[in-house]
Structures are given as structure tokens and as C-alpha cells.
Write a protein that binds this ligand. Structure first.
Ligand code: PLP
Ligand code: COI
Length: 341
């Protein structure tokens, strides 16, 4: 199979139309068979629930070309489960796990020519999305739904990939206690667009959001979880019910414990104590593991000892081990790597 003619070294994180996408519809209480289509457009009613009441949820995953030339994806069962949780919270029909994994594999397979080659540092980003597509004017769930999976080749989410980021603590809140922070609902991202653009205009890569109830504890950023390394090399993982349960973060915790022998502590992390930490990094499917060099707060700048030039030592080991597992260079834990072709 011939790869698409793309300059992988110039690839950023953005939309590219690829050849096939999975399309499935739910009505009268059941999902149809679903299948691959080539049309990237969807035709919707002006009264579709998604436009008015934001009834939508999505996932983000990746496919990789491994060292031995296989195309694989990473822990798709975890994304399937998270999307089931998101759908249930939003009164949407769940897309069953086996159907989800099948749809993802079929879509990657059909677009194999778009999967970046091994060694480019690029990957195929996979975006499953579900919307309330049926008409709804009273505030209620839609009577019908669409599920799609589309893919595109991507490079680093943050420019420079491993270059330390300058981030700030936002004055805005992301997710209310007992709200929707723990699911991947489109509405969580709509509210983050303004703070994100303001952060960018002021020269910051991302916002760190605090717990809205007390504005004391660190939660996460707009598109990634946060990890810290303390002076004793413990991996410190912020804990809160309104943080999205990142699959990358849960995988890094396992990698830290089982591959690197790190002690992992999951607990609420006060902003106040961050100045005592050695390293900070953002983690997610898009972000992978991106180091943070500076955190700007109302009380001043927290300059992490790892600095603005290079990634901290523990973060670098975590990143290399996780990407090594994803690229087939390091043996993966059972079930993490699913071969597509
Ligand atoms: N937190 C938020 C708000 C996100 O949007 C994402 C991206 O998916 C993550 C964390 C990371 O989650 P994952 O590692 O499952 O991609
Ligand atoms: C992902 O990491 O897959 C996400 O959905 C985050 C988004 C900011 C691109």
C-alpha cells in the first residue's frame, strides 16, 4: 500500500480530509449496522438537538505504525468505555463497546495510506463523535442520533512537542463539582474556547483550571491532565471527580509504577504546593506528555526547576517509555496494543 504524499516533518495538529469515515445512526431504540462512507459532510435539520442543547460527546485516540511495520491502535476499549459513560450522562444511547472498537479498526484500516510511517513522530488521530441529530425544541434528549469516526494524520499538538510550555492559572472555571468535567462532552470545550483564546493572546500555551468550589486545588488544563514530580521523584497525580479520566494519564501511572519503579501518589494537589515540585507535564492523546516550564499565577510565576530549555528527567523517561510501547519498540502490557493490519 502506497502512503499519501505528505511532508510529515511539517505536519501540525489539524483537520485533513481522509478517504473514509464510519457512519452509524440510532433511531426507534436501536443502532443500525453502520458502515464506511466517503462523504465527509452530514446533512442535519436546523432543529437538531446538538445545535441548541449541545448534546454531543466525542473521543480522541491514535493509530501508529510500529517499528515492524504494523498499524496499531492504543487501548480502544478504554475510549469505548469512556464514551459509554459520556453518552449515559448526556441521555444519549450508548454505542456498544464491541461496535465502537470495530468501527475504529475499520476506519483506520480503510485509511491505512494516511497512517504516518514509523519514525516520523506523527500518528493518525482518530475522532469518534456522537451527536443528538433528531429535532428537539423543548429541552429534552434528541429522538435520534449519529455516531461517526473520522481520522487524520497529525503531528505535535503543542508546537515543539517536547519544548517546555508556559501556562497560566485561569480566572475561569472548567467543570463544576457534580457537573460534567469527568466526561468528554462537547459542552466542556465550548466554555473553554474564550479562556483558551485569551491565554493564547497573552502568550500562554494552555490554562490550568482550579477546583471551582474552593479555587485551591489544581484540576487539569483545557485539553490534557496534569502530572507533577516531587523532590523525591514521586509521581504526583491530581485527584478530583471533575477531572477527565485521561487514558494517557492512567497508562503513564502504570508505566511509572511497573516499568520505571516510580512511587505514584494520587491525591488533591493544592496550587500552593506546586512551587515545591521538580517537574510538571501535561498528558493526553493529543498532547502525549508535554513538559511545563512556567506556571503563571496571580501570586507570581512558578518556575519549575526543570526550566524552559528541556524536559525534566522523569517526564522524559515516562514519555519515551509510553511512546516506545505505542511504536512497538517496548513490550506492551497485555491488551494495550490492538493490531489493525
Ligand atoms: N483532559 C481533557 C480535558 C482532554 O480533552 C483530554 C483529551 O482527550 C485529556 C484530558 C486526555 O485524555 P486522554 O489521555 O484520554 O486523551
Ligand atoms: C485528545 O487529546 O484527544 C483531545 O481530545 C484533546 C483535544 C484538546 C484535542
Amino acid at each position: 500500500m502506497e502512503k499519501k504524499n505528505i511532508d510529515w516533518s511539517k505536519l501540525g495538529f489539524g483537520y485533513t480530509r481522509t478517504d473514509y469515515r464510519w457512519h452509524s445512526e440510532w433511531k426507534d431504540g436501536a443502532w443500525d449496522e453502520g458502515g464506511l462512507v466517503s462523504d465527509e459532510y452530514i446533512h442535519l435539520l436546523e432543529s437538531a438537538c446538538v445545535f441548541h442543547y449541545s448534546q454531543s460527546c466525542f473521543e480522541g485516540m491514535k493509530a501508529y505504525t510500529t517499528k515492524n511495520g504494523d498499524i496499531v491502535t492504543f487501548r480502544p476499549d478504554m475510549n469505548a468505555e469512556r464514551m459509554m459513560d459520556s453518552a449515559a450522562r448526556l441521555e444519549m444511547p450508548v454505542y456498544p463497546k464491541d461496535k465502537f472498537v470495530h468501527a475504529v479498526i475499520e476506519t483506520i484500516h480503510a485509511n491505512a495510506a494516511w497512517v504516518p510511517p514509523y519514525g516520523t513522530g506523527c500518528s493518525l488521530y482518530v475522532r469518534p463523535v456522537m451527536i443528538g441529530s433528531g429535532p428537539q425544541i423543548g429541552v429534552a434528549p434528541a429522538p435520534s442520533y449519529m455516531f461517526r469516526v473520522f481520522v487524520m494524520p497529525v503531528g505535535a499538538y503543542f508546537k515543539g512537542a517536547v519544548k517546555p510550555l508556559r501556562v497560566r492559572v485561569s480566572d475561569f472555571d472548567r467543570a463544576a463539582p457534580r457537573g460534567t468535567g469527568h466526561i468528554k462532552a462537547g459542552l466542556n470545550y465550548a466554555m473553554s474556547l474564550h479562556p483558551t483564546m485569551e491565554a493564547h493572546r497573552e502568550g500562554f500555551a494552555e490554562n490550568i483550571y482550579l477546583d471551582p468550589a474552593t479555587r485551591t486545588y489544581v484540576e487539569e488544563t483545557g485539553g490534557a491532565n496534569i502530572l507533577f514530580v516531587d523532590k523525591d521523584n514521586n509521581l504526583i497525580v491530581p485527584k478530583s471527580d471533575s477531572i477527565l479520566p485521561s487514558i494517557t494519564r492512567r497508562s503513564l501511572v502504570y508505566v511509572g509504577q511497573k516499568y520505571l519503579g516510580l512511587n505514584v501518589i494520587e491525591r488533591p494537589v493544592a496550587l500552593e504546593e506546586v512551587k515545591g515540585f521538580k517537574e510538571c507535564a501535561l498528558c493526553g492523546t493529543a498532547a502525549v506528555l508535554a513538559p511545563v516550564g512556567e506556571i503563571h499565577t496571580k501570586e507570581g510565576v512558578i518556575a519549575l526547576p526543570s526550566g524552559m530549555d528541556k524536559m525534566g528527567e522523569v517526564s522524559a523517561k515516562l514519555r519515551t517509555t509510553l511512546t516506545g510501547i505505542q511504536n512497538g519498540e517496548i513490550e506492551a502490557p497485555e491488551g494495550w496494543i490492538v493490531k489493525v493490519c
